[in-house]
Ligand binder design. Sequence first.
Ligand SMILES: *Cc1c(COP(=O)(O)O)cnc(C)c1O
Length: 240
Amino acid sequence: MDTVQLASRLQAIRSVLEQAAQTGGYPAPRLIAVTKNHPVEEILPLRGLGVEDIGENRVQETVAKLPALRENFRIHLIGRLQSNKVKYIIEDVASIQSVDRLSLAREIDRQANRVGRVVPVLVQVSPAGEPQKGGLPPEELRDFLRQVSELDGLRVKGLMAIMPNTEDEPYLDGLFAGMRRLFEQVRAEGIAGIDMDELSMGMSHDYLLAARHGATMVRIGTALLGARTAPAGTTRQEDA
Ligand SMILES: *Cc1c(COP(=O)(O)O)cnc(C)c1O
Protein backbone atom coordinates (compact mmCIF):
# COMPACT_ATOMS: atom_id res chain seq x y z
CA MET A 1 0.00 0.00 0.00
CA ASP A 2 1.37 3.43 -0.83
CA THR A 3 1.58 6.25 1.69
CA VAL A 4 -1.26 8.23 0.13
CA GLN A 5 -3.62 5.29 0.56
CA LEU A 6 -2.36 4.69 4.08
CA ALA A 7 -2.89 8.34 4.96
CA SER A 8 -6.42 8.26 3.67
CA ARG A 9 -7.30 5.10 5.60
CA LEU A 10 -5.83 6.61 8.73
CA GLN A 11 -7.79 9.78 8.28
CA ALA A 12 -11.02 7.87 7.72
CA ILE A 13 -10.46 5.81 10.88
CA ARG A 14 -9.60 8.89 12.94
CA SER A 15 -12.70 10.68 11.78
CA VAL A 16 -14.94 7.72 12.69
CA LEU A 17 -13.25 7.50 16.09
CA GLU A 18 -13.74 11.19 16.77
CA GLN A 19 -17.38 11.20 15.79
CA ALA A 20 -18.23 8.03 17.64
CA ALA A 21 -16.47 9.19 20.80
CA GLN A 22 -18.27 12.50 20.59
CA THR A 23 -21.61 10.70 20.24
CA GLY A 24 -20.86 8.81 23.43
CA GLY A 25 -19.60 11.91 25.22
CA TYR A 26 -15.99 10.75 25.46
CA PRO A 27 -12.65 12.04 24.20
CA ALA A 28 -11.40 10.28 21.05
CA PRO A 29 -9.35 7.17 21.87
CA ARG A 30 -5.67 6.82 21.09
CA LEU A 31 -5.02 4.68 18.04
CA ILE A 32 -2.69 1.72 18.44
CA ALA A 33 -1.75 0.50 14.96
CA VAL A 34 -1.53 -3.27 15.15
CA THR A 35 1.45 -4.14 13.01
CA LYS A 36 1.78 -7.89 13.55
CA ASN A 37 2.58 -9.82 10.38
CA HIS A 38 3.65 -6.60 8.63
CA PRO A 39 7.29 -5.94 7.78
CA VAL A 40 8.99 -2.81 9.10
CA GLU A 41 8.99 -1.10 5.68
CA GLU A 42 5.21 -1.05 5.85
CA ILE A 43 5.17 0.15 9.43
CA LEU A 44 7.66 3.02 9.37
CA PRO A 45 5.54 5.32 7.16
CA LEU A 46 2.97 5.40 9.96
CA ARG A 47 5.33 7.51 12.02
CA GLY A 48 5.29 10.29 9.45
CA LEU A 49 1.51 10.19 9.58
CA GLY A 50 1.42 10.88 13.29
CA VAL A 51 1.00 7.34 14.65
CA GLU A 52 3.02 6.98 17.85
CA ASP A 53 1.79 3.67 19.19
CA ILE A 54 1.97 0.24 17.64
CA GLY A 55 0.82 -3.16 18.87
CA GLU A 56 2.50 -6.51 18.33
CA ASN A 57 1.31 -9.87 19.58
CA ARG A 58 4.20 -12.30 19.26
CA VAL A 59 7.46 -12.02 21.15
CA GLN A 60 9.68 -13.52 18.48
CA GLU A 61 8.35 -11.20 15.81
CA THR A 62 8.53 -8.19 18.14
CA VAL A 63 12.16 -8.89 18.97
CA ALA A 64 13.04 -9.18 15.29
CA LYS A 65 11.43 -5.84 14.47
CA LEU A 66 12.59 -3.96 17.58
CA PRO A 67 15.81 -2.45 16.21
CA ALA A 68 13.94 -0.72 13.39
CA LEU A 69 10.90 0.30 15.43
CA ARG A 70 12.02 1.14 18.91
CA GLU A 71 13.26 4.66 18.13
CA ASN A 72 10.09 5.56 16.29
CA PHE A 73 7.17 4.12 18.22
CA ARG A 74 5.87 3.11 21.59
CA ILE A 75 5.50 -0.65 21.24
CA HIS A 76 2.67 -2.36 23.11
CA LEU A 77 2.53 -6.10 23.56
CA ILE A 78 -1.13 -6.98 23.06
CA GLY A 79 -1.18 -10.75 22.55
CA ARG A 80 -1.19 -13.69 24.91
CA LEU A 81 2.19 -13.97 26.47
CA GLN A 82 4.12 -16.95 27.79
CA SER A 83 5.92 -16.16 31.02
CA ASN A 84 9.22 -17.58 29.80
CA LYS A 85 9.34 -15.01 26.97
CA VAL A 86 8.82 -11.90 29.08
CA LYS A 87 12.57 -11.42 29.45
CA TYR A 88 13.04 -10.79 25.73
CA ILE A 89 10.79 -7.74 25.54
CA ILE A 90 10.85 -6.34 29.07
CA GLU A 91 13.23 -3.48 28.35
CA ASP A 92 11.49 -2.20 25.25
CA VAL A 93 7.73 -2.43 25.61
CA ALA A 94 5.65 0.62 26.46
CA SER A 95 3.00 -1.64 27.94
CA ILE A 96 1.90 -5.24 28.23
CA GLN A 97 -1.85 -5.34 27.68
CA SER A 98 -2.61 -9.01 28.19
CA VAL A 99 -1.92 -9.66 31.88
CA ASP A 100 -4.51 -12.15 33.05
CA ARG A 101 -2.79 -14.50 35.49
CA LEU A 102 -0.66 -14.15 38.56
CA SER A 103 2.20 -16.30 37.26
CA LEU A 104 2.61 -13.91 34.32
CA ALA A 105 2.37 -10.82 36.55
CA ARG A 106 5.03 -12.27 38.84
CA GLU A 107 7.39 -12.95 35.96
CA ILE A 108 6.91 -9.42 34.59
CA ASP A 109 7.65 -8.14 38.10
CA ARG A 110 10.78 -10.25 38.36
CA GLN A 111 12.15 -9.25 34.96
CA ALA A 112 11.22 -5.59 35.42
CA ASN A 113 13.10 -5.50 38.71
CA ARG A 114 16.08 -7.10 37.01
CA VAL A 115 16.28 -4.29 34.44
CA GLY A 116 15.18 -1.53 36.80
CA ARG A 117 11.85 -0.64 35.22
CA VAL A 118 8.29 -0.30 36.34
CA VAL A 119 6.35 -1.72 33.40
CA PRO A 120 2.86 -0.35 32.65
CA VAL A 121 0.37 -3.18 32.20
CA LEU A 122 -3.31 -3.60 31.45
CA VAL A 123 -5.29 -6.41 32.96
CA GLN A 124 -7.17 -8.36 30.33
CA VAL A 125 -10.80 -9.12 31.10
CA SER A 126 -12.90 -11.65 29.23
CA PRO A 127 -16.27 -9.94 28.78
CA ALA A 128 -17.89 -12.80 26.86
CA GLY A 129 -16.26 -15.75 28.59
CA GLU A 130 -14.13 -16.94 25.67
CA PRO A 131 -11.22 -18.65 27.41
CA GLN A 132 -9.23 -19.15 24.19
CA LYS A 133 -8.82 -15.38 23.91
CA GLY A 134 -7.43 -15.05 27.40
CA GLY A 135 -8.66 -12.70 30.07
CA LEU A 136 -10.08 -12.92 33.55
CA PRO A 137 -13.76 -13.38 34.30
CA PRO A 138 -14.99 -9.95 35.52
CA GLU A 139 -15.89 -11.38 38.93
CA GLU A 140 -12.26 -12.29 39.57
CA LEU A 141 -10.93 -8.87 38.62
CA ARG A 142 -10.84 -7.13 42.01
CA ASP A 143 -8.99 -9.91 43.79
CA PHE A 144 -6.51 -10.10 40.96
CA LEU A 145 -5.92 -6.33 40.99
CA ARG A 146 -5.27 -6.40 44.74
CA GLN A 147 -2.71 -9.16 44.33
CA VAL A 148 -0.97 -7.47 41.41
CA SER A 149 -0.92 -4.12 43.23
CA GLU A 150 1.63 -5.61 45.60
CA LEU A 151 4.20 -6.20 42.85
CA ASP A 152 6.48 -3.19 42.43
CA GLY A 153 7.91 -4.04 38.99
CA LEU A 154 4.67 -3.39 37.18
CA ARG A 155 1.93 -0.83 37.43
CA VAL A 156 -1.65 -1.52 36.40
CA LYS A 157 -2.90 1.34 34.22
CA GLY A 158 -6.28 -0.05 33.29
CA LEU A 159 -8.14 -2.82 31.48
CA MET A 160 -8.04 -4.51 28.09
CA ALA A 161 -10.66 -6.65 26.36
CA ILE A 162 -11.01 -8.59 23.12
CA MET A 163 -14.62 -8.83 21.99
CA PRO A 164 -16.15 -11.83 20.21
CA ASN A 165 -15.84 -11.85 16.46
CA THR A 166 -19.50 -11.37 15.61
CA GLU A 167 -21.69 -9.10 13.50
CA ASP A 168 -24.30 -9.00 16.24
CA GLU A 169 -24.19 -5.29 17.00
CA PRO A 170 -26.67 -5.15 19.87
CA TYR A 171 -24.74 -7.93 21.60
CA LEU A 172 -21.40 -6.18 21.06
CA ASP A 173 -22.90 -2.88 22.12
CA GLY A 174 -23.92 -4.47 25.42
CA LEU A 175 -20.47 -5.95 25.95
CA PHE A 176 -18.69 -2.64 25.32
CA ALA A 177 -21.12 -0.82 27.61
CA GLY A 178 -20.48 -3.47 30.26
CA MET A 179 -16.71 -3.09 29.96
CA ARG A 180 -16.95 0.67 30.36
CA ARG A 181 -19.19 0.20 33.40
CA LEU A 182 -16.77 -2.26 34.96
CA PHE A 183 -13.86 0.13 34.28
CA GLU A 184 -15.69 3.00 35.96
CA GLN A 185 -16.78 0.89 38.92
CA VAL A 186 -13.25 -0.32 39.58
CA ARG A 187 -11.93 3.20 39.17
CA ALA A 188 -14.47 4.48 41.70
CA GLU A 189 -13.42 1.78 44.16
CA GLY A 190 -9.95 3.31 44.18
CA ILE A 191 -7.91 0.16 44.80
CA ALA A 192 -4.58 1.21 46.31
CA GLY A 193 -1.54 0.84 44.09
CA ILE A 194 -3.34 0.64 40.75
CA ASP A 195 -4.48 3.24 38.21
CA MET A 196 -7.65 3.02 36.10
CA ASP A 197 -6.78 5.41 33.27
CA GLU A 198 -6.82 3.21 30.19
CA LEU A 199 -9.49 1.04 28.62
CA SER A 200 -8.09 -0.75 25.58
CA MET A 201 -10.90 -2.21 23.44
CA GLY A 202 -12.04 -2.14 19.84
CA MET A 203 -10.44 -3.67 16.73
CA SER A 204 -11.00 -3.33 12.99
CA HIS A 205 -14.54 -4.65 12.97
CA ASP A 206 -15.86 -2.92 16.07
CA TYR A 207 -13.85 0.23 16.79
CA LEU A 208 -16.79 2.52 16.21
CA LEU A 209 -18.74 0.86 19.02
CA ALA A 210 -15.67 0.84 21.25
CA ALA A 211 -15.13 4.58 20.78
CA ARG A 212 -18.79 5.26 21.45
CA HIS A 213 -18.48 3.40 24.74
CA GLY A 214 -15.43 5.20 25.98
CA ALA A 215 -12.42 3.16 24.91
CA THR A 216 -9.27 5.18 25.61
CA MET A 217 -7.22 3.04 23.21
CA VAL A 218 -8.34 1.10 20.14
CA ARG A 219 -6.13 -1.56 18.52
CA ILE A 220 -6.58 -1.50 14.76
CA GLY A 221 -4.69 -3.70 12.32
CA THR A 222 -6.52 -4.91 9.21
CA ALA A 223 -8.62 -1.79 8.64
CA LEU A 224 -5.44 0.27 8.52
CA LEU A 225 -2.72 -1.92 7.02
CA GLY A 226 -4.74 -4.54 5.21
CA ALA A 227 -4.89 -8.25 5.86
CA ARG A 228 -1.75 -10.29 6.22
CA THR A 229 -1.75 -13.82 7.44
CA ALA A 230 0.45 -15.06 10.22
CA PRO A 231 3.50 -17.14 9.34
CA ALA A 232 2.80 -20.87 9.04
CA GLY A 233 2.30 -22.63 12.35
CA THR A 234 0.94 -19.63 14.21
CA THR A 235 -2.55 -18.27 14.61
CA ARG A 236 -3.93 -14.94 15.60
CA GLN A 237 -4.67 -15.78 19.20
CA GLU A 238 -1.69 -17.98 19.81
CA ASP A 239 0.67 -17.37 22.67
CA ALA A 240 3.15 -14.64 21.93
C1 LIG B 1 -4.57 -8.66 15.87
C2 LIG B 1 -5.09 -8.01 17.08
C3 LIG B 1 -5.79 -6.79 17.00
C4 LIG B 1 -6.12 -6.11 15.69
O1 LIG B 1 -7.03 -6.86 14.96
P1 LIG B 1 -7.64 -6.31 13.57
O2 LIG B 1 -8.92 -7.05 13.44
O3 LIG B 1 -6.66 -6.66 12.50
O4 LIG B 1 -7.84 -4.86 13.72
C5 LIG B 1 -6.21 -6.21 18.19
N1 LIG B 1 -5.95 -6.78 19.38
C6 LIG B 1 -5.30 -7.95 19.50
C7 LIG B 1 -5.06 -8.52 20.85
C8 LIG B 1 -4.84 -8.60 18.36
O5 LIG B 1 -4.19 -9.77 18.48
